[in-house]
Ligand binder design. Structure first.
Ligand SMILES: [Zn+2]
Length: 70
C-alpha cells in the first residue's frame, strides 16, 4: 500500500500515545501500536486496535475527569 500523501511505500511499526478530549474530560492512552510512514510522518491504527481503543476511551471518559493508561 502506497501513501496518498507522499507516494512512499515504506511502513514501520511504532508506538504512539493518543489523547482524547470530551466535555472537559481528558483521556490519554500511551504505547498504542501504530503503523507509521517515516517519510511523511503519517500514522494510523489497525482496525482492531482502533476499535478496542474506542472502547477504552469511552470507558475512561465515562469514569474519570483525567485518565491515563498504558
Ligand atoms: Zn506519506
Amino acid at each position: 500500500m502506497r501513501c496518498d500523501v507522499c507516494g512512499d511505500g515504506e511502513i514501520r511499526s511504532g508506538r504512539k500515545p493518543k489523547v482524547m478530549r470530551r466535555g472537559g474530560r481528558v483521556a490519554v492512552v500511551t504505547d498504542i501500536p501504530v503503523e507509521e510512514r517515516p517519510s511523511c510522518g503519517m500514522t494510523w491504527l489497525d482496525g482492531p486496535v482502533a476499535r478496542s481503543l474506542d472502547d477504552l476511551f469511552r470507558e475512561m471518559l465515562a469514569v474519570d475527569a483525567v485518565a491515563i493508561r498504558p
